[in-house]
Structure formats: C-alpha cells, structure tokens
Design a protein around this ligand. Structure first.
Ligand code: HEC
Length: 128
C-alpha cells in the first residue's frame, strides 16, 4: 500500500483508540509518511522495485552512511564513516551540507523539530 493511503486510513482509526500504548508512535509514523511524501519521496524510493534518484531509505536507521549496495554515492558520503542514528538523520534533514560537506544531496532544510521527529519515526518503522 502506498504510504499516503496507508496514513489516510490509519489516522482516524488511531484517534479512536487513544487509550492504547504505542499509539503515539503509530500516529507519528503515519504523519511522518505524509511529510516524507512531501519532502523526500521525489528523490527517495522506499520500495526496491522503483527507480530512485537518491539511495533507498528502507533500513537506513542503523545503516552505515554511504553503504547501500550499488548506489553511486558522492565521495563525501562514502567516506563519512558514521552510522545513521535518529539524531544523525535529524541533523542531516536540517542541514545536510553542514553534516557532510560535499554531499550531492540538495539542501532540504527541514528545520521544524516536530517534522524531523515524525519523519525519523517513519524511517525507523521501515528499518525494522
Ligand atoms: C532533490 C533530491 C533529494 C531530496 C528531496 C532528498 N534527498 Fe536524501 N539524498 C539524495 C541524494 C542524491 C543522496 C546521496 C547523497 C550523496 O551521495 O552524497 C541522498 C542521501 C540521503 C541519505 C543518506 C543515505 C545513505 O545510504 O547513506 C539520507 C539518510 C537521506 N538522503 C535522507 C533524506 C530525507 C529524510 C529527505 C527528506 C527530508 C531527503 N533525503 C530528501 C537526494 C535527495
């Protein structure tokens, strides 16, 4: 199912079950899928069957930077030498050129911490 439709189906259901534990993360995941669609999806597929200009982001949380098999990374990201934690992904969304000078990802500048949190929660949900 496309994340957008999934989120549209999920959000009303979640607000109806407000008492359950874990529901905050589920709401953040659904919202994060929407923000991902808006800010990231045009360059990043989350489905290996689709062509993707940027590296596939499934499994990115906990993955070493610049190591998705077969993707032509910039030298800068290939040699970055760190693992994508949630914090690193937030810093990257905020200012990727500052985190890894010389990266070929265009500056996206997602600076709202709430939006960062939603997107990271969504990425973590497709990294398990
Ligand atoms: C205009 C296209 C574009 C947009 C929009 C974009 N990216 Fe990227 N992204 C790229 C490219 C290209 C790379 C590879 C950069 C390199 O090799 O230096 C990349 C790399 C990454 C990486 C590193 C992955 C790895 O395997 O090391 C992460 C994480 C990432 N992007 C997250 C995001 C997120 C989150 C968003 C939305 C907030 C986003 N990107 C929006 C093009 C884009």
């Amino acid at each position: 199912m496309k994340p957008k439709y999934f989120a549209a189906a999920l959000i009303p259901a979640l607000f109806a079950t407000v008492a359950f534990a874990g529901e905050y993360d589920a709401i953040k995941t659904a919202a994060g899928a929407e923000f991902f669609d808006k800010e990231c999806h045009r360059c990043h597929a989350v489905d290996a069957d689709r062509a993707s200009y940027g590296p596939l982001l499934n499994g990115v949380v906990g993955r070493k930077a610049g190591t998705f098999e077969g993707y032509p990374y910039s030298e800068a990201l290939k040699n970055a030498g760190f693992v994508w934690t949630k914090g690193a992904i937030r810093a990257w969304m905020e200012d990727n050129d500052a985190l890894v000078p010389g990266t070929k990802m265009r500056h996206v500048g997602v600076s709202d911490p709430t939006v960062q949190d939603f997107i990271v929660t969504y990425l973590a949900s497709i990294s398990e």
